[in-house]
Ligand binder design. Structure first.
Ligand code: NDP
Length: 412
């Protein structure tokens, strides 16, 4: 029986706490800590009502390792799940090193003043974690996270060689607001406004933001959506870890509606997405942080969001000397997530894999000292738990829609 400290009581943190509370046979004690303790209190009340379980709550500024160290020493967790913001990753890893506790997150570290998505800062902790005898599991959300495990599963069970991977993230949900983001607006807008990048034959190819797109027909009644090429962090570790299995190309695509892109362009054009501070009435403010303050809180979108997500990997390569195209994916319904844990599907699809990653760590199934990405472990125990905890997956070799995708994705 394990003790888990969850840091960050936003949309994702709430799902992680609910899911850990469901798994009472593994997580005996749960503490949820965040900057705003009232948010932790609301999650505690929901868990009490749904599962008749009590969780601990605490106020914490995780930018200050000393505060985190103090809380870890008081609560004595077996694992810390960091679902605050990427800015806190290194500070929380430092606190784990000091106290000798395992660490897990869902997004790689970013410095506040540069929108850069790189594992280099966290990979630099490998030796120290190994020597301390503790483990860090990086990117245990859906993408990154499940998408990495899908690739490991494809490699282990369905392919001898993998030539290409296209990760395709479709959110066909409608939240009813003119403009909102499904996870933290600041992090989301930093991600989608950067240049597009994909990996081809050992090097990164950079393209203008949103300049490559395709129309794809999605299953489960979702229909045709336009996907745009983005850089996404799991490609950094996957392109390394799959390179020796024949990988020639890896790309990441995400759906955006016309309306979302129009709003985003206007916000960019007027300077509201900038991360450099500007002076306003005698004090420095960051326009993107101000924008976050006026946009809907992603944690509040669950009540109004309708529709589904479809996220998966289209993998092409060889098995037994024959070419094959294979698609592995999950369909998640926003309303079903809201009914179950009071959150929309983006928070849900991130929070469930975070809980599963932690479960595999505390039960010793995924346990090695050092710093790891998800595809470095045996995918089987993770895949076995995904369906059990609400994210059933499907795989197909010859669906009509994937034949259309292969053609559409190959068009120049
Ligand atoms: P939210 O903004 O809803 O929640 C973040 C929470 O972190 C807030 O409750 C906030 O507290 C808290 N927080 C921020 N700074 C600190 C701090 N210094 N100390 C303690 N708590 C802090 O974000 P989401 O829940 O949408 O996202 C959480 C994480 O999940 C992000 O890192 C995001 O990138 C990642 N993510 C990963 C995905 C994946 O598939 N891998 C997909 C979606 C998200 P307060 O409200 O008091 O400021």
């Amino acid at each position: 029986m394990a003790r888990v400290l969850i840091i960050g009581a936003g949309g994702v943190g709430s799902v992680v706490a609910h899911k850990c509370a469901q798994a009472r046979e593994v997580f005996a004690d749960i503490c949820l800590a965040s900057r705003t303790v009232a948010k932790c209190g609301a999650v505690r009340a929901s868990i009490r009502e749904r599962y008749r379980r009590n969780i601990g709550v605490a106020a914490l500024d995780a930018d200050k390792p000393r505060e985190t160290v103090r809380l870890i020493r008081e609560f004595r967790p077996d694992v810390v799940i960091n679902v605050a913001l990427p800015y806190q990753d290194l500070a929380i890893m430092d606190a784990c090193l000091i106290t000798g506790v395992d660490y897990l997150d869902t997004a790689n570290y970013e410095p506040r003043d540069q929108a850069r998505f790189e594992y280099k800062w966290q990979w630099a902790y490998k030796k120290r974690f190994r020597e301390r005898g503790i483990m860090a599991l990086l990117g245990s959300g859906f993408d990154p996270g499940v998408t990495n495990v899908f690739c490991a599963h494809a490699l282990k069970h369905r392919f001898d060689e993998i030539a290409s991977v296209d990760i395709i993230d479709c959110n066909a949900g409608d939240h009813g607001h003119p403009f909102a983001t499904n996870f933290n607006p600041e992090i989301n807008i930093r991600e989608v406004t950067q240049k597009g990048r994909y990996w081809e034959r050992g090097r990164w190819v950079t393209v203008a933001p949103m300049s490559m797109s395709r129309e794809l027909g999605f299953p489960a009644g979702i229909g045709v959506k336009r996907v745009y090429l983005l850089y996404h962090e799991e490609m950094e570790s996957l392109s390394r870890n799959l390179a020796s299995f024949g990988l020639k190309r890896m790309r990441f695509w995400m759906t955006f509606s016309e309306r979302y892109l129009t709003y985003l362009k206007v916000l960019q054009d007027v300077g509201m997405t900038k991360i450099e501070p500007v002076m306003y009435e005698g004090r420095a403010i960051v326009p993107l942080q101000f924008l976050k303050a006026v946009l809907p809180d992603p944690g509040s979108l669950g009540k109004t969001t309708r529709g589904k997500t479809c996220i998966g990997c289209l993998v092409r390569g060889k098995k037994g000397g024959r070419d094959r195209a294979y698609y592995i994916y999950n369909i998640c319904d926003h309303e079903a997530c809201y009914q179950e844990v009071g959150s929309q599907a983006i928070s849900y699809t991130t929070g469930v894999p975070a809980m599963i990653g932690a479960m595999l760590m505390v039960t010793g199934k995924w346990k090695r000292p050092g710093v790891f990405n998800m595809e470095e472990f045996d995918p089987d125990p993770f895949m076995a738990l995904l369906g059990k905890y609400g994210l059933p997956w499907k795989e197909t070799m010859a669906a009509k829609f994937t034949e259309q995708w292969v053609k559409a994705l190959e068009r120049g």
